[in-house]
Design a protein around this ligand. Structure first.
Ligand code: NAI
Ligand code: MG
Length: 498
């Protein structure tokens, strides 16, 4: 049983000052209350307490934000000198770091993640902006060599797609915001960002930093609000050119349908049920902490989390014992307590969803090697849970749980295609990891796995250069890396008859 750590220390003054300020929408460079004047509460999931009220944006606010974004796009942002956009993005990265302590506290307070993770989120958000900033001046079209008779100057232009609507989830609020903002800003798009209703605070703080950095008004707009109202209005809006969504596969399917109204571009980064495959020669001193973090980091609220663990039968018992021992070292508690290494789930609803899944797994015949319970707390904590005796048709094995629940299965096959079949036996295809020292197995299996990211002796490498996105029902398109430029730009081919 993992011990709960003590209550959190007091918040820094800057964090308190932000919490007690007004949390309006950011539209066209101005903070405003929603047209309907309504607000909603946001919570600390470690205590269940209300920490702030924020403006509730609805369709009419989305419409104002789209008008502001359109005006900024047509009014010169798309034509700014690339180096100018690059400088602004660097300034924003620096402001993120300068206010890193506040951002980290807000992220932890609102999402629940331990401070070590929210601090990492701050530095990776800044790095993502710097990485993408470089593309502003480096992306370009190409010259082409037609075979059509005549003399030609033929080339492509890479142009910004226009007004982008971004809808993001609650599991990594700051990073998800920056994963959308950075490519939009680099390519000369303008953006309306809708954070998840559970975690609006770091996006709102980021909005302040965007203004302080000096981006022209209307380039970045932030609408806090709910999915079925604000989110749907954004995805359906006839003057939004592209929608970028991260979240559940179910909501992603709705977004894709909404987008058909004006055939807006769509990119979707959706759910996962990612396998981790452990061979008898795996470097266990690396694999045990790697598998444990792969499954449980951020309490398993990670789209690429390793949730199906396949271990060669010859080392299955040893790996179960070691993963359980490693996971029992987690300290559950308030994320602001520096000792905490595992925070709560984001909401009561998410907690209950996870508990229901585990109950269904146990009812279906699997056994809890560890966990499968909630500690006594007003917060939404759940113990890291390792399920064995799992079978392929169980809901716990098939569906995305989004909590600290790892399903383990032994395999005896030596044949790689049989192993790949186990790994690929899912409607998802976001990530996978292979743990072995055999380079031939590592490379062959990497090719056979149907997933957008594969790690060898690491679960995933979260780095701005690595394209990220899903095969199958895990989504459309690749974020990060050079590939994200394709999502935020469109190509125009120009032929000049000389
Ligand atoms: P969700 O996918 O419904 O919500 C994500 C974002 O979409 C939020 O900003 C939300 O306001 C917005 N949204 C919801 N319905 C919408 C609609 N009809 N139109 C436009 N936007 C909409 O996820 P939710 O409901 O918070 O969580 C449900 C489950 O989804 C979780 O238990 C988890 O299993 C999974 N999930 C997966 C994520 C991933 O990255 N793979 C992220 C968040 C949730
Ligand atoms: Mg939902």
């Amino acid at each position: 049983m993992t011990a709960m750590t003590s209550p959190p220390p007091a918040l820094a003054q800057a964090t308190q000052a932000f919490l007690s300020s007004d949390h309006g929408l950011l539209i066209g460079g101005a903070r405003q209350t929603g047209q309907a004047g309504s607000t909603f509460e946001t919570f600390d999931p470690a205590t269940g307490q209300v920490i702030a009220r924020v403006a509730e944006g609805r369709a009419e606010d989305v419409d104002l934000a789209v008008k502001a974004a359109r005006k900024a796009f047509e009014g010169g942002w798309a034509g700014t000198m690339p180096i100018e956009r690059e400088k602004l993005m660097w300034r924003l990265a620096e402001l993120i770091e300068a206010h890193g302590d506040t951002l980290a506290e807000l992220e932890t307070l609102n999402n629940g993640m331990p401070l070590f993770l929210s601090k990492f989120s701050v530095s990776s958000a800044a790095d993502m902006l710097r990485y993408m900033a470089g593309w502003a001046s480096k992306m370009a079209g190409e010259t082409l060599n037609p075979s059509t008779p005549g003399e030609w100057h033929a080339f492509t232009l890479r142009e910004p797609v226009g007004v982008v609507g971004a809808i993001i989830p609650w599991n990594a609020p700051l990073n998800m915001a920056v994963w959308k903002l950075a490519p939009a800003l680099a390519t000369g798009c303008t953006i309306i960002l809708k954070p998840a209703e559970q975690t609006p605070l770091t996006a709102l703080f980021l909005g302040q930093l965007v203004q302080e950095a000096g981006f022209p008004e209307g380039v970045v707009n932030i609408i806090t609000g709910f999915g079925e109202t604000a989110g749907a209005a954004l995805a359906q809006h006839p003057d939004v050119d592209k929608i970028a969504f991260t979240g559940s596969t179910g909501t992603g399917k709705k977004i894709a349908q909404y987008a058909t109204g004006n055939m807006k571009r769509v990119s979707l980064e959706l759910g996962g049920k990612s396998p981790m495959i452990v061979f008898p020669d795996a470097p266990l001193e690396k694999a045990i902490p790697g598998l444990t973090m792969g499954a449980f980091v951020n309490s398993g609220q990670v789209c690429a989390a390793g949730t199906r663990l396949f271990v060669h039968a010859s080392i299955f018992d040893q790996v179960m014992e070691s993963v359980a021992a490693q996971a029992s070292k987690f300290k559950l508690g308030h994320g602001l307590d520096p000792q905490t290494t595992l925070g709560p789930l984001v909401s009561r609803q998410q907690h209950d969803r996870v508990a229901d899944f585990v109950r269904s797994g146990l009812a279906d015949g699997c056994a809890a090697y560890m966990g499968a319970s909630s500690p006594d707390s007003a917060g939404y904590f759940y113990e890291p849970t390792l399920l064995v005796n799992t079978a392929r048709d169980m809901r716990v094995v098939r569906e995305e749980i989004f909590g600290p629940v790892l399903c383990a299965t032994p395999f005896e096959d030596e044949d790689l295609s049989a192993i790949a079949q186990l790994a690929n036996d899912t409607e998802y295809g976001l990530a996978a990891s292979i743990w072995t020292q055999n380079i031939s197995i590592a490379h062959k299996l990497s090719k056979m796995i149907k997933a957008g990211s594969v790690g060898v002796n690491t679960h995933i490498l979260n780095d701005a250069v690595m394209p990220f996105g899903g095969f199958k029902q895990s989504g459309w398109g690749r974020e990060k890396g050079r590939e994200v430029l394709d999502l935020y730009t469109q190509i125009k081919s120009v032929a000049v008859s000389l």
